[in-house]
Ligand binder design. Structure first.
Ligand SMILES: C[S@@+](CC[C@H](N)C(=O)[O-])C[C@H]1O[C@@H](n2cnc3c(N)ncnc32)[C@H](O)[C@@H]1O
Length: 308
């Protein structure tokens, strides 16, 4: 049965990350190997062989696409050869999880160790958000930072950009590793609180207390359904007149898109869908700006207000 045997297409960082996650979920036995054009160089990942495409095709298993770039070409090739393929989340039912939970857990898991290099490099890549010419900077200037939440704060690279203007700061992230990192990084700062949350709400934060919330370079990866849950809770915790500035995905090409299965890890979302979700959560949409990062219209930044 091909459904019970999978080959991970891609033996690089993403393929390895998928396998480690599946192992963590107790599903490694479903993976019979990897497929990668660098099969002579890589040969094996953990205990699994890396096959050439010619060899992998003969194994009769379904491919899980796990590449950072070039997924479309691979899917076209598999279509032309009549081979089956899927995204990682097709395995969710094997652990009695729904795809939203499974993808949320994968996204968080991937950030534990796989993103260490990203976090280091990102420390010096702040210009796109904080240069005075950017839309991010212009919209951020509209936030009242008296009591601000930074959602999905990572290792805290943005904090130094706004701490001088902030009253109280609450740093929130799904990963305890990131919260611990920030706690130690800002140990000499007294106006920061820390919250390791469950990945889709802010239930430990009080209602009507916060003047602003922002989130950069993170919600682009979140499941659309989790984003709606967040929006409802962000509305709850803001004071009347409070604002939220959210950087999100504008990728609605493939309804199956997820952090694992999309270009640049952009989840399924669009400018208009985000506005709709925010409106349903109670917000007024103040402004939306589509952002290009070398990929046309990849992302969007939206400013929301909880009108009095
Ligand atoms: C690409 S990093 C960006 C971190 C930070 N915003 C920055 O710009 O440096 C994405 C962050 O989102 C966090 N994250 C992933 N899924 C999450 C979720 N569902 N809720 C909250 N944080 C999440 C990860 O732990 C990680 O810190």
């Amino acid at each position: 049965m091909t459904e019970d045997r999978y080959i991970i297409y891609g033996a690089g960082r993403q393929g390895k990350g998928c396998y480690e996650f599946l192992k963590n979920q107790g599903l490694s036995a479903y993976i019979i190997g990897f497929c990668d054009k660098r099969h002579k160089e890589i040969q094996s990942v953990y205990d699994k062989k890396v096959y050439s495409y010619q060899e992998a095709k003969e194994l009769g298993a379904k491919f899980i696409i796990a590449v950072a770039v070039g997924a479309e070409e691979i899917c076209d090739m598999l279509d032309a050869d009549g081979r089956e393929y899927c995204a990682l989340d097709e395995l969710a039912h094997l652990v009695n999880k729904n795809k939203v939970e499974f993808n949320r857990e994968y996204c968080a898991f991937f950030h534990i160790d796989n993103m260490d290099a990203y976090f280091e490099d990102a420390e010096t890549e702040l210009d796109g958000f904080w240069n005075a010419e950017t839309e991010f900077y212009r919209l951020f200037s509209q936030l009242d930072l008296t009591n601000v939440i930074e959602l999905a704060c990572g290792r805290g690279r943005h904090v130094k950009q706004y701490i001088d203007k902030a009253g109280r700061i609450t740093l929130v992230d799904i990963l305890q590793k990131n919260i611990d990192f920030c706690r130690s990084r800002f140990s000499d700062v007294s106006n920061i609180s820390y919250y390791c949350n469950d990945g889709y709400n802010l239930k430990e934060l009080k209602s009507g207390e916060y003047t602003a919330l922002f989130s950069y370079d993170a919600m682009v990866h979140f499941e659309l359904i989790d984003i709606y849950e967040y929006l409802v809770d962000i509305y709850r915790v803001l004071v009347p007149g409070g604002k939220a500035l959210i950087h999100h995905s504008n990728n609605d090409e493939d309804y199956k898109a997820s952090f694992e299965y999309s270009k640049k890890g952009r989840n399924f979302m669009s400018k208009k869908i985000f506005a709709h979700l925010a409106y349903r959560a109670g917000f007024t949409v103040v402004e939306q700006q589509v952002i290009d990062w070398g990929y046309k219209d990849l992302d969007c930044i939206t400013l929301l207000e909880k009108v009095n």
